[in-house]
Design a protein around this ligand. Structure first.
Ligand SMILES: Nc1ncnc2c1ncn2[C@@H]1O[C@H](COP(=O)(O)OP(=O)(O)OP(=O)(O)O)[C@@H](O)[C@H]1O
Length: 267
């Protein structure tokens, strides 16, 4: 019997950038927290830096399709994020760890990750293996059948990372994933990030400039809802001078770039 194939299944999936934003504006409550942001992101691990209130969480929420842009253009995995048209396909290929993860406390780690795999419309046969693999990758193998309400904050964060990666996303958005992780887990997580970034576009927000230098191939710095700077960790580090605040060359580079951007953006 011949199966009917719809246009979306045969449509070409080649695109230049996993994320392409032009003049993107996104509201957070009454405030325009992202205002006129131009950004291109491809495969690799991109560290998202910026001071408190810069708009990092709001940007990530827009890229995760949980909030619609107020203005400008946003294309994710080659599809427009403006309307419901291509969002279903984008969401299947997306991984998202929110800043505050909602969960059912009586679910076990495995049940929760399975539930998220099901929401992402993964093929049913692939789910058990993919869930086990995701749990193993975040180092929770021996807690897979523990209820979420019995886990520590760091273990919950790792469960959140497991649900984000269960579908092997093409676009992975992690909002402060290292909060609550102990030093050993942070180092293990950096390795996982590098691995994930080999064939996916990963955007990870953090306040730890050192994490970015250790685990990211690229840096996106935003300030006041705008792109302030984009480059490599090495370029960021090279920007810092002896007079800039910070405990490491990379932190001094971050401070220098922000200072320069604030000077350039006169209000
Ligand atoms: N629900 C809301 N209502 C009103 N204003 C909001 C709301 N959420 C965020 N904002 C404002 O939008 C701006 C951007 O916030 P956002 O959380 O995106 O920044 P951030 O860079 O993630 O900050 P942080 O580093 O503190 O997590 C801030 O000025 C914040 O006060």
């Amino acid at each position: 019997m011949t199966r009917t194939v719809d246009a979306a299944e045969v449509a070409t999936t080649t695109y230049a950038w996993q994320v392409a934003a032009d003049g993107l504006c996104v509201r957070a409550g009454r405030r325009m927290a992202v205002q006129g942001l131009d950004l291109r992101l491809g495969v690799g691990v991109h560290g998202l830096l910026g001071p408190n209130g810069a708009g990092k969480t709001t940007l990530i929420r827009a890229l995760a399709t949980v909030v619609s842009p107020a203005a400008g253009e946003l294309r994710l995995l080659g599809r427009s994020a403006a309307g419901p048209g291509g969002l279903r396909e984008v969401r299947r290929a997306l991984g998202y760890l929110p800043q505050h993860l909602g969960y059912y406390p009586r679910f076990t780690v495995r049940e929760f990750v399975e539930y998220m795999a099901w929401l992402k419309e993964m093929p049913r046969r692939e789910i058990p293996g993919a869930v086990q693999h995701a749990i193993d990758r975040v180092g929770l193998t021996d807690r897979a059948d523990a209820r979420l309400k019995t886990l520590s904050g760091g273990m919950l964060r790792r469960t959140g990372i497991a649900q984000a990666i269960v579908n092997s996303p093409e676009l992975l958005l992690l909002d402060e994933p290292t909060v609550g992780l102990d030093p050993e887990q942070r180092v293990a997580f950096r390795e996982l990030l590098r691995d994930l970034g080999a064939d996916a576009c990963v955007l990870v927000s953090t306040h730890l400039v050192e994490d970015v230098v250790a685990a990211c191939g690229a840096v996106v710095l935003i300030h006041d809802g705008r792109l302030a700077w984009q480059g490599t960790p090495q370029e960021l580090t090279a920007e810092g001078g002896a007079g800039d605040a910070g405990d490491s060359p990379a932190e001094r580079g971050y401070t220098a770039l922000l200072r320069r951007h604030r000077g350039e953006v006169k209000r």
